[in-house]
Design a protein around this ligand. Structure first.
Ligand SMILES: Cc1cc2nc3c(=O)[nH]c(=O)nc-3n(C[C@H](O)[C@H](O)[C@H](O)COP(=O)(O)OP(=O)(O)OC[C@H]3O[C@@H](n4cnc5c(N)ncnc54)[C@H](O)[C@@H]3O)c2cc1C
Length: 424
């Protein structure tokens, strides 16, 4: 259905930020039209089927430790879980490093992992306890430096940093220099301490689809590209819509084009290679970390965490590199990490995502302005933090600002809309 000539609110972009804003505004009784150039809601959370396997556009996971996870119907997503932790390979041997609170039986494995000994392990535990349980206000007031400097200052030691923390965090931050702000590191680590990571049975796109399902179908306009935004008017190939409020919730690069004066970019990128194995070589759903000087940051049998990703019980393996790579150049490394023969790996597909995430280097600006004046608003992960949490928090924050602009009372009975004290 095409956009009307007049609307109360138009939200441009049906990623998690736009969906979070639109669903809140609709729940508050506002007439909201949501428009997206893509044919599916969810933006960067995108899933397709390849030979019957569910393939997310780049390996990513949902973390229930995000405060905004409260906005979702998690049981309906039917999440399959990774264990919190990872497998590290040192001198050819695989060692499990697992959060002992979740799997107490693995504590001996974790203590035996060559990460620098009990003093270093205690330092990492202390770092985790602070990130997980200190008030967010204290974390955000702490001295800011790079994540690398913060971890060294915490006393985790060179070995744990290189073998475990650097590859683990590189898979999350999509950069391996650990130049990201220590404040964002604290928020990210907090979500791992407080939550679990998993994959929806329908793929990551199911998260956006769930939110989109809360809007009337005739208010969601997919496959419609916005070519210009002037004041509170939105131009598409199908015509121009004038609205009381326009919310630009696109990816950062498009926001910077549509809204001169808004500085936003998403320099992080990732390439994910998908392989199929006859069966999983592992007994537990754990991400396997890349090794120092290797190309891979991590590799995971995603169907161990979420069996619905495979149509027939074969194992689906997702292996990611930060620099663009060709499958033949990483195949041996994938095989080594999983302890299988390279000939057992059947290449399914490879996905390179540019513009995957904004950078969160110091100084962390995790509450950038969203009200541009004159009924024009902007939201997205580039306004908060480069994550699912950041996108959703940004959408929630923008909805509150829009309701203030429209003079409406804040909703009292819908999804939480109070200032989010959590990560980004
Ligand atoms: C490979 C990868 C791995 C990631 N891993 C994680 C992870 O493990 N955990 C985590 O928390 N986060 C992860 N992220 C980051 C997370 O996915 C994003 O931060 C978040 O989804 C951004 O949501 P958004 O709504 O801000 O933007 P987007 O999802 O980019 O949504 C913007 C929407 O705007 C639409 N649009 C753009 N231009 C136009 C136009 N001209 N007209 C109409 N519509 C337009 C787009 O089609 C899109 O749907 C990852 C991202 C990627 C790509």
């Amino acid at each position: 259905m095409s956009l009307p000539y007049r609307a109360e609110v138009v939200v441009v972009g049906a990623g998690l930020a736009g969906l979070s804003a639109a669903t809140r505004l609709a729940a508050a009784g506002r007439d909201v039209h949501l428009v997206d150039a893509a044919q599916h809601p969810g933006g960067r959370l995108s899933t397709s089927r390849v030979d019957g396997f569910l393939v997310d556009r780049g390996f990513q996971v949902f973390n229930t430790g995000y405060p905004r996870a409260a906005d979702l119907d998690l049981p309906a997503l039917d999440l399959g879980w990774f264990w919190t932790g990872a497998v590290v390979r040192v001198d050819g041997r695989a060692h499990r490093v697992v959060d002992p609170r979740q799997h107490p039986a693995t504590v001996v494995d974790t203590l035996r992992a060559p990460l620098g000994g009990p003093v270093r392990a205690a330092a990492l535990a202390a770092f985790s306890a602070r990130a997980g349980y200190a008030p967010v206000s204290r974390l955000l007031a702490a001295r800011e430096r790079s994540a690398d400097e913060a971890l060294r200052a915490a006393g985790v030691g060179e070995r744990a940093l290189e073998v475990f923390l650097r590859p683990f965090l590189a898979g999350v931050l999509l950069e391996d220099r650990l130049e990201t702000s220590s404040r964002y590191l604290d928020l990210v680590w907090r979500s791992f301490v407080r939550g679990r990571v998993g994959l929806p049975a329908g793929g990551m796109q199911a998260i956006g689809e769930q939110l989109a399902g809360r809007l009337p179908a005739d208010r969601v306009h997919l496959g419609v590209r916005v070519t210009g935004v002037e004041g509170a008017s939105v131009r598409t190939d199908g015509g121009t819509t004038t609205a009381d409020v326009v919310v630009v919730a696109t990816d950062p690069d498009t926001a910077a084009v549509l809204l001169p004066g808004v500085e936003a970019s998403a320099p992080r990128q990732v390439t994910t290679h998908l392989h199929v194995l006859p069966e999983s070589p592992w007994s537990a759903p754990l991400i396997v970390l890349g090794q120092p000087r290797g190309q891979l940051v991590n590799s995971a049998v995603v169907s161990d965490a979420q069996p619905a990703y495979s149509p027939d019980g074969r194992a689906l393996v997702a292996s990611s590199t930060l620099a663009p790579t060709r499958e033949p150049d990483v195949r041996e490394e994938v095989a080594r990490l999983h302890g299988v023969a390279a000939t057992d790996l059947e290449h399914l597909t490879t996905v390179t995502v540019t513009g995957a995430q904004p950078a969160a280097t110091p100084p962390l600006q995790h509450r950038r302005p969203v009200d541009l004046g004159g009924g024009l608003f902007v939201c997205g992960d580039h306004r908060d933090t480069p994550s699912i949490q950041g996108a959703m928090a940004s959408g929630a924050r923008t909805a509150r600002a829009v309701l203030r602009h429209l003079g409406a009372p804040l909703p009292t009975t819908t999804a939480p809309t109070t200032a989010d004290p959590g990560a980004g």
